[in-house]
Design a protein around this ligand. Sequence first.
Ligand SMILES: Nc1ncnc2c1ncn2[C@@H]1O[C@H](COP(=O)(O)OP(=O)(O)OP(=O)(O)O)[C@@H](O)[C@H]1O
Length: 295
Amino acid sequence: MIQCEQLAKNFGSHKALQNITCAIESEKIVGIIGRNGAGKSTLLHILAGYLQPTRGTCHVFGEKPFNNIQTAANTIMIDDRLSFSNYLTLEEILGMGADFYPNWQGELAFRLLDYARLAKKAKHEQLSKGQLATFNLIYGLASRCALTILDEPMNGMDEAIRNDFYRAILKEYIAFPRTILIASHHLQEMESILEEILLINEGVVIAHAPIDELKQQLISLTGPSHALAPILADSIIYTKKEIAGMTTVVVEASKLFIQEDVLQKKGITTAHLSTSDVCMYLTSSEGSDIDAVFD
Ligand SMILES: Nc1ncnc2c1ncn2[C@@H]1O[C@H](COP(=O)(O)OP(=O)(O)OP(=O)(O)O)[C@@H](O)[C@H]1O
């Protein structure tokens, strides 16, 4: 469905994407994860055909997506910039969906509209931030596009409606499988619907793996500082905290060439991290510590 090779995008002298190489199969739900400014939206705009890459290649449905009719016909991009005519009511916007999207699910759209208690006669521009996000997401799901791109779709939604709509995304995906890319900072709450994660940092893909695999990349060790020091000699340490002779570190699991029972004998315990923590550590800049700002 998607193939990017050494994709780069510059805005003037700013390198928003430096080297994106990835392949995404069809009928997958993929989380596009990364810190603020990592390049997620830029990548999604290129995939949707809105932006032309500066270098490298990008193929969606086997073709270059920029200004491509095939991409436009089979892709929907939902973000907070999605706008509709100020003269149209929500009801009218949903009524027109069938004119643009061959698989349009009008009935579902209206049921979701009722569920979210959005007034049919309201105008798009009159909606609150959370209502706007809810309506746009309903529109995106009802379109049933082969490539559905959701850029921070839950921005402004309250927790209850967010949880409902994660479920709605999953149910819709099961009913009509398609490729859904979701860029979001709410990884913890949405990870149950994701199959894989594309982790971007400073315009570069630093991980692309199924959730369970990504989770295994890092491990936390806690034990007496003197026992941990020799074990960590060759490890990249993502975070380290030391209190009263006990140290806790997060390191790469694959670089730890020591058995669990040996660690136990040295008084060292291991713990797995959440996916969200793994992504946070993998994308943290070296030595970054907010406390240091106040020292
Ligand atoms: N049109 C533009 N002109 C200049 N710089 C831009 C433009 N669009 C994005 N950038 C810059 O490119 C970088 C990547 O932006 P992008 O919006 O892709 O990040 P993001 O990962 O989506 O961030 P966030 O999580 O904060 O939404 C940022 O440094 C941003 O300032």
